[in-house]
Each structure stands twice: as structure tokens, then as C-alpha cells.
Design a protein around this ligand. Structure first.
Ligand code: EPS
Length: 387
């Protein structure tokens, strides 16, 4: 089974990661990983940090002559911004003379983090709780995504809404998605979304979303939104209904919910389906004598926690980022006084980037379900078993 760990502070020297369980013989290059790292850095509404960083991975172990060895793969992404933080984030020394941060931003991990770990300086929380950590998640998960691609499973994403700018014409969107997928697979959806600064496929909504982010920035505020991840080529029978922790939808929800600022996860038309009659919700099964097929996919490819051969459809709801240029009220953890919170460089909107992170975190969950069913120590062996 595939496991991965990340370490690193946002303004520390580097982000590092280890992925364990990747089978041998997978072709992987830093260029492939860097492309996904680049995609994570894009999007209208990102903050100043993205102008500083060009996230680039260094593969430190587990790969020889461009192929995985089956051994743990160690990755590193250096923080360029580190050079501006060597004193404030020093590993050595006592921290004397370094200003302590005592104003938690409502909505951020600041307050609960300081409370939980007993810190009098919120910097200790900010730097690890930062969504900068997702750069290493994307790096690690890109290796897994490459494995899935070699086995015929592709992942894509696009943004459904930013603030109140929302794709409402669902049937037009579905047709567009169908057209894109017919060109190949879910990656065609991602490639098309990547052409948009907000990763929105509807041009009218794209314009509205960009205008909303612009206006929001002027007001010193932030915006969230909803993205959709699609996985194509998924064989039926991954996951299981027999026990709660083997249900694939539950595992996917955990992975997506673990992304910073995610407050809701939906599989297929989950929330909309809750408002409808059963007869309007369930995907009928039809037969053309040779194959069983579904004219709709409102279940998002999962029934009973098991894949049914349709595409996986997963949605994530991202709350607006909690660092506001026009701060909310908070309580100073040093003085207990109610004061205005503080502003620290941040993004106005990071939903497009979050969609790319969503693509990433889903990969190990699907790959593990695939490995559980088919197993294998090398890509060749797994491919043969799936066939
Ligand atoms: C991020 C890096 C961070 C933030 C953002 C995401 O860099 P910095 O704090 O130096 O500007 O831009 O993190 C947050 C939104 C947050 O609340 O911490 C990144 O690499 O994606």
C-alpha cells in the first residue's frame, strides 16, 4: 500500500516528502512532477508568495535511470523565501528579539494550534498550518498519479464556482465535459480548465469570477468556491461495502477534507440528490446486450462504497481564506483584549489551486484501492493482473 509523509514549514528551508509503496518500474521524472507543481501555483487571486516561488522538485531517492526501484522515494522542494526568514525561522538559537505573534486570525489554525501545543507565539502554528504544505502533497501524489496513468486511470478537475459566480447551466456543462472526455479521458478536462485563470469552463462565469476576485481584493476580503475532481478509467469493484473503513467514498472524503480550508465534500450530485425523489436520483441500468451501462452518473461512480465502473466525481467546498487584509476582531492571546486581527501576506482566492490539490490527494486513495484488488510489486505485474 502507498503511504506518504510530508514535513516542512512554509518559511523554513524546504518541504520534504517520502512516498512508500510505489511499485518498481514506473517511469517518473522531475519534469512531470514540476508540471503539476506549476499548476498548483496558478490561478487569479494568488498572493505575493507565488511570485517568489517556482516550486521545483528534487528527487533524492527511490528512482534510478528514470524508473522507480520499489524503494521509498524522497522528494524535496526548496523554499526560495527561506532566505528572507533565516533568523525568524532559525533551527538553532533561542529566538530572543524575534517578535512573537499573538493575534490569531479567526478561521485559521492559529488559535486552536497555540492552545493545543501551548505556544505563546502563533508563528509556530502558522508556518506548518500554511497551505504551502500542499506543494509537497502535490509532489508526492504526482508520482502516484503517474502510476495510475500507466494503468489507464486519469484525473482531472475544474472549478464550479467562486463566491457567487457559479456555473448554473448544468446540462451545458455536462455536454462540455462529455465532449472533453470523449477526446480521451479526465485529463482533457484538466488541460482545458488549465487554459482559464480561474479553471472555470464556462466563459461567462469565468469573467464574473475574475471580476468578483478583483472587487474582493479591493475590499480587503477573500473568496472561496467549489471544485470538481473527475477520475476516468476506474475499474468496477474497488473499495468495499462490507466494512466502514473500506468504503472508498469514505476514504476519498477524508483525503479531500484534509486539504486546507475544505469544509465540505460531495460525491456525485450528493447534496442536490438529497433534495430530489429517488426516481430522479438513481442511475438506471440499461443493457445493449453486450454491456450494462448507465445513461446518468449522479452517484459519482460509487455505490455502496464500491466503484461501479463510471467516472468518479468528487467535489470539494473551500471556505474563503482566513487571512483578511481588512481583519476581523480577535482576542490577543497575550493580553486577552479584543482587538483587530493581523494581516499576513496571503491569497485572495486559491480555489483554482485547490482543485489541482484535490486531483492530487485523490490519487493515493484510488491507487491503494487498485493495489488492494490487483496487488503487485512492479508496474508490469499490476498491469498484467488488471488486464
Ligand atoms: C502558499 C504559501 C503561503 C500562502 C498560502 C499558500 O505563503 P506565504 O504565507 O509566505 O504568503 O500564500 O497559504 C495560506 C493561504 C495560508 O493561510 O497559510 C502556497 O504555497 O500555496
Amino acid at each position: 500500500m502507498i503511504r506518504y509523509f510530508t514535513a516542512g514549514e512554509s518559511h523554513g528551508q524546504a518541504l520534504v516528502g517520502i512516498i512508500e509503496g510505489i511499485p518498481a518500474g514506473l517511469s517518473i521524472s522531475s519534469e512531470y512532477i514540476n508540471h503539476h507543481l506549476w499548476r498548483r501555483q496558478q490561478g487569479y487571486g494568488r498572493g505575493g508568495r507565488m511570485r517568489i516561488e517556482t516550486d521545483t522538485v528534487e528527487i533524492l531517492s527511490g528512482v534510478r535511470f528514470g524508473k522507480t526501484l520499489g524503494s521509498p522515494i524522497a522528494l524535496m522542494v526548496r523554499n526560495k523565501d527561506w532566505q528572507n526568514w533565516t533568523e525568524k525561522m532559525s533551527v538553532e538559537g533561542s529566538g530572543t528579539g524575534i517578535e512573537k505573534i499573538t493575534l490569531p486570525r479567526p478561521g485559521h489554525a492559529d488559535y486552536v494550534g497555540a492552545l493545543k501545543y501551548g505556544f505563546d507565539d502563533i508563528r509556530n502554528v502558522i508556518d506548518r498550518a500554511s497551505a504551502r504544505e500542499t506543494a509537497m502533497r502535490v509532489a508526492c501524489c504526482s508520482v502516484v498519479r503517474k502510476l495510475l496513468e500507466e494503468l489507464g486511470l486519469y484525473i482531472g478537475s475544474h472549478v464550479l464556482s467562486i463566491g457567487s459566480a457559479e456555473i448554473k447551466n448544468v446540462s451545458a456543462l455536462n455536454k462540455q465535459l462529455h465532449r472533453l472526455m470523449a477526446k480521451g479521458n479526465a485529463w482533457n478536462v484538466a488541460a482545458e480548465a488549465d487554459q482559464s485563470e480561474v479553471r472555470i469552463l464556462d466563459k461567462g462565469v469565468e469573467t464574473k469570477a475574475i471580476a468578483a476576485i478583483k472587487a474582493c481584493k479591493k475590499k480587503g476580503d477573500t473568496l472561496g468556491g467549489i471544485f470538481e475532481v473527475i477520475v476516468s478509467g476506474v475499474p468496477a469493484g474497488l473499495g468495499s461495502y462490507v466494512h466502514y473503513d473500506r468504503k472508498l467514498d469514505g476514504q476519498i472524503a477524508q483525503a479531500v477534507m484534509s486539504i486546507h480550508a475544505i469544509k465540505g465534500v460531495e460525491i456525485g450530485d450528493g447534496f442536490e440528490n438529497a433534495r430530489r425523489f429517488g426516481s430522479e436520483v438513481h442511475d438506471e441500468m440499461l443493457s445493449d446486450k453486450k454491456n450494462t451501462y448507465r445513461p446518468t452518473n449522479r452517484a459519482g461512480g460509487l455505490e455502496g462504497g464500491v466503484t461501479n465502473g463510471e467516472n468518479l466525481i468528487i467535489r470539494g467546498a473551500m471556505k474563503p481564506i482566513s487571512t483578511l487584509a481588512k481583519p476581523l476582531r480577535t482576542v490577543d492571546i497575550g493580553t486577552n483584549k479584543t482587538v483587530k486581527s493581523r494581516y499576513e501576506r496571503s491569497d485572495v482566492c486559491a480555489v483554482p489551486a485547490c482543485a489541482v490539490i484535490g486531483e492530487a490527494v485523490v490519487a493515493p486513495v484510488v491507487a491503494n484501492a487498485l493495489l488492494e484488488k490487483f496487488g503487485g510489486d512492479s508496474v508490469r505485474e499490476i498491469r498484467k493482473r488488471i488486464k
